[in-house]
Design a protein around this ligand. Structure first.
Ligand SMILES: Nc1nc2c(c(=O)[nH]1)N[C@H]1C(S)=C(S)[C@@H](COP(=O)(O)OP(=O)(O)OC[C@H]3O[C@@H](n4cnc5c(N)ncnc54)[C@H](O)[C@@H]3O)O[C@H]1N2
Ligand code: MOO
Length: 440
């Protein structure tokens, strides 16, 4: 192998952000569906439409603790002239078919209990004397204090309309209705609905397993002592968190040393648990840029399409990038630049859409909006590069946070948006309408 410095020929080509993203999305495919228990499916994308098997609620039931009555029996009732009804017993939630309410009768009923046949409405207990004969009560006596079921008489002080305080069968969803559409992400409310209609498992695309690996012999893990020339590894934390935020199950591998063989072995060891590999650092043109060295030649001649290509993109930050697939399963790999802001911005632009494609989502991008630039002076941007500056967005305006330097982590921590300066702009004046990526 030659030890001469590489020539610039062919390496000067700058790929656009859109070309790079297109290549990534053309390679990454949604993961195969699996059947998962409801809670394991949280955050996953539903593969099939879900139809409601039984109506919800499955039967007419009471929305209040009170008395199930016939409307005619309480017509005209007042505190002065209460309706007096014979109480025939209790209907608790979970009971059905025991009582029949006839004229002049009432059944004491609990919230969620089935409306007994014959009854047309429920009067809340607060509209009655609770069977105690001493005027309106605030509630029923606890079962521990009065274990026997209600009997005797109840005075009802107000009339009620038919179906009052009754939740009708099917008033939530009807059997045969579409409960959820394929493509829905299962959050807590969707999981509530699936459980409510009796589904214990669902077919979803699994959450992608993403291994995030930082590289660099200068990196030290948080809580350890820094020696001269060392810095803390922030990328592996930032990107693991970002992968989780995107919906992945993410594994962090902190700081592999700048040695090609060590790195190759470390990556091979991780492939078993990766649907997607992400590395940071070592992709530039330095003598110690080991990711490039380790991966630029991993293409397997027997495996067409395998291998990692390193490119320069017309963007800032995030100019040097690697992308391809490795290992027997052609696991996609994105090699991001090491500067902390570069790796984070690259993640947002390329890795997040890849993760969301693996998840089976069609809308894979962060939302964007237009905003008026608020700044003391014009923003400057290198010609021919799409620049992503950090900013704060509020009420249709965006304000830059910190400068363009790709080492500025503190400013990144205060930002909630990226200000996009297009390739053809070298300067953007305050007051200009700009595109903004909302980081959510
Ligand atoms: N002669 C040239 N030099 C550089 C160029 C170039 O075109 N010609 N490009 C610059 C750009 S742009 C970037 S971006 C960086 C990318 O470099 P690498 O991907 O090789 O990254 P490293 O050299 O490993 O690190 C860069 C920088 O970031 C710090 N770093 C790395 N990993 C972490 C981490 N996990 N946590 C925190 N900080 C990290 C590292 O210490 C360096 O300071 O190359 C430029 N150079
Ligand atoms: O592209 Mo580098 O990522 O500008 O700092």
């Amino acid at each position: 192998m030659s030890t001469a410095a590489p020539h610039a020929t062919g390496q000067d080509h700058l790929w656009s952000v859109d070309e790079h993203l297109e290549d990534i999305l053309a390679t990454v495919r949604p993961l195969e569906p699996i059947e998962l228990n409801l809670l394991d499916a949280q955050g996953c994308v539903l593969v099939d439409d879900i139809t409601v098997p039984v109506s919800l609620p499955p039967f007419d039931n009471s929305s209040m603790d009170g008395y199930a009555v016939r409307v005619a029996d309480v017509a005209g009732a007042s505190e002065e002239f209460p309706a007096v009804l014979d109480v025939i017993g209790d209907v608790a939630a979970g009971q059905a078919g025991l009582l029949q309410v006839g004229p002049g009768q009432a059944a004491r009923i609990m919230t969620g209990a089935p409306l007994p046949p014959g009854a047309e409405a429920v009067v809340p207990v607060e509209w009655t004397d609770g069977g105690l004969g001493e005027g309106p009560v605030a509630g029923m006596r606890a079962r521990s204090l009065a274990p026997e079921a209600a009997d005797g008489q109840v005075r009802v002080y107000r009339p009620c309309a038919a179906r009052a305080h009754v939740r009708a069968k099917g008033s939530d969803v009807q059997a045969g209705d579409r409960a959820l559409d394929a493509g829905t992400i299962l959050g807590p409310p969707q999981i509530a609905l699936l459980a409510a209609i009796g589904r214990g498992t669902v077919r979803v695309r699994p959450r992608p397993r993403v291994v995030v690996m930082s590289t660099g012999s200068e990196l030290v893990q948080p809580d350890e002592e820094l020696a001269g020339g060392q810095i803390y590894d922030s990328n592996s934390f930032a990107l693991t968190a970002a992968a989780r935020d995107a919906g992945a199950i993410a594994y962090r591998v902190g700081a592999v040393a700048d040695d090609a063989e060590t790195l190759r072995t470390a990556i091979e060891d991780q492939l078993v648990r990766a649907d997607l590999m992400v590395t940071t650092g070592g992709v530039s043109v330095g003598a110690y840029d080991v990711v490039k060295e380790a991966l630029a030649h991993v293409a397997d001649e027997d495996e067409p399409g395998s291998g990692v290509e390193f490119r320069k993109l017309a963007m800032q930050p995030g100019k040097p990038q690697g992308f391809g697939s490795i290992g027997p399963d052609h696991t996609p790999l994105l090699a991001l630049p090491g500067n902390p802001v570069s790796s984070y911005v690259s993640f947002e632009l390329f890795v997040r859409p890849a993760i969301r494609t693996l998840m089976g989502l069609t809308d894979v991008h962060r939302p964007t909006t237009r905003a008026t630039l608020t700044a003391d002076k014009p923003l400057t941007s290198p010609k021919g590069r799409r620049q992503f500056l950090r900013g704060r967005y509020a009420d249709g305006t965006v304000t830059p946070v910190g400068g363009a330097g790709s080492h500025l982590v503190a400013a990144l921590a205060r930002a909630d948006a990226l200000i996009v300066v297009p390739e053809d702009a070298e300067s953007v004046a305050p007051g200009t309408d700009v595109e903004v990526v909302l980081l959510g």
